[in-house]
Write a protein that binds this ligand. Structure first.
Ligand code: GDD
Ligand code: MN
Length: 395
């Protein structure tokens, strides 16, 4: 790669006729493009936008999460050749929805579009979308794969069925009538976005659904059909966790104002830990009894209980790392350090649990209630302490 200083000089010496094609007036339309490992697609997209948008005053904002393939670097190189290309480079973060939000907040354009950086979205409909918004009778235009004329490109049947199901669920639960609420391709007015901003969950990847469901007044929506293209380079980043993230978003929209959705996830994982505990306890105890007989049963029970606790705590830790803290997942060395702090936190939590349950039981003699109170206090303790020490946000 050429050093930036050189590129900058070159850019300054670029032929003056660029000025003719692109007026230096502020952008009316910003296209926000979240990227992760799209370095080969980024130049293609910029070229496609130039062709599609012609004399419209536009800018493109790439929001890249420090892609290992150097997407941000590539985008900055383009930015030195064309001032309409901009880059927001995020470090140590992941997340499609939050990337879109930050991209939209980084531009002043009165109209903003969000689109994929892999050429799957048809940039030629941006013009129609903008024309639709300019008329002023809608707040949001969705690039839709379901209305007549729209299509699914080369999606597998399973993916189509899943997408349909998710759509029905979304429309029922959030009371927004968008034909394709899962679309990652849409354009809206800044006012509409600002209205939704305080209510956004920004979890997962369903940013359109999030925006529509967070609006204080129902958004006026139009849809423009397009055919989903095949990816140019690279691969999809949406993995098996999308369904889970999607459920988290829906839950957050329904009960997020009462309990934080992270806590719900943490508590669910805790529940799974109980199941794991009893499974391990039974298997280990039975094995020990079969091997060494029942004479020392007390001792075998203690050992089995210890093993079960360790396995269940570890299983909780790894599940939380993937499901509850997917956006700040610990890896490598930090994973083991996290495991250790998690065990310490939960160890203290266990003492608190037993202490409280016992105290209540002595006073009131309600077995189940005392036990549940202990579990509840411990869950809250484990949740808050592990968020402080195990999945602490790094500065
Ligand atoms: N900054 C950032 N951070 N960008 C990301 C991240 C992330 O963690 N994950 C994915 N992206 C970028 C990709 O680089 C791509 O430009 C865009 O977000 C969409 O990701 P894809 O991996 O291409 O998603 P897809 O093609 O499987 O899914 C598309 O269709 C869905 C419809 O079911 C997307 O348009 C989804 O938004 C859409 O919901
Ligand atoms: Mn894609």
């Amino acid at each position: 790669m050429e050093p930036f200083a050189d590129r900058l000089t070159k850019a300054a010496e670029a032929p003056a006729d660029r000025e003719k094609t692109a007026s230096r007036l502020p952008a009316e339309l910003a296209i926000v493009v979240p990227t992760f490992n799209e370095s080969r697609n980024v130049p293609l997209l910029v070229e496609a936008l130039r062709t599609a948008l012609g004399d419209i005053r536009w800018e493109v904002v790439f929001v890249d999460d420090n892609s290992p393939d150097g997407t941000a670097h590539r985008a900055r190189a383009l930015a030195l050749e064309d001032y309409r290309v901009r880059v927001v480079h995020r470090f140590d973060r992941r997340g499609l929805a939050s990337a879109c939000v930050e991209g939209i907040l980084a531009t002043s354009a009165p109209y903003v579009a969000v689109m994929d950086g892999d050429m799957q979205h048809d940039e030629t409909i941006l013009r129609d979308m903008l024309a639709r918004l300019r008329r002023g009778d809608v707040d949001l235009v969705v690039g839709s794969r379901y209305v007549e004329g729209g299509g699914m490109g080369d999606w597998t049947r399973q993916r189509i069925a899943m997408s349909r199901f998710a759509t029905t669920l979304a429309n029922t639960l959030t009371k927004t009538a968008i034909g394709d609420p899962m679309s990652g391709f849409f354009m809206l007015t800044r006012e509409a976005f600002m209205g939704s901003l305080p209510g956004l969950s920004s979890v997962g990847f369903k940013i359109l659904l999030d925006i529509a469901a967070s609006s204080p007044t129902p958004l006026r929506v139009a849809e423009v059909p397009f055919t989903f293209r095949t990816r140019q380079h690279g691969e999809s980043k949406l993995d098996g966790l999308v369904l889970w993230e999607y459920l988290q978003l829906l839950l957050d929209k329904m009960i997020g104002h009462v309990v934080p959705i992270r806590f719900v996830s943490f508590a669910l994982v805790g529940g799974s830990g109980v199941v794991v505990h009893f499974l391990v306890l039974t298997v280990v105890l039975q094995t020990l009894l079969a091997l060494f007989g029942a004479a020392d049963e007390d001792r075998w029970f203690a050992i089995a209980q210890g093993v079960a606790t360790l396995v269940a705590t570890s299983s909780n830790f790894f599940l939380n790392n993937i499901l509850t803290y997917n956006d700040q997942r610990l890896k490598g060395q930090r994973l083991w350090w996290g495991w250790l702090t998690f065990n310490i936190v939960c160890g203290i939590g266990l003492f608190a649990n037993v202490g409280i349950a016992r105290w209540l039981y002595q006073r009131h003699n309600y077995l189940v209630l005392s036990a549940l109170a202990g579990v509840a206090v411990t869950t809250v303790w484990n949740y808050s302490m592990s968020s402080l020490f195990t999945w602490r946000k790094r500065r």
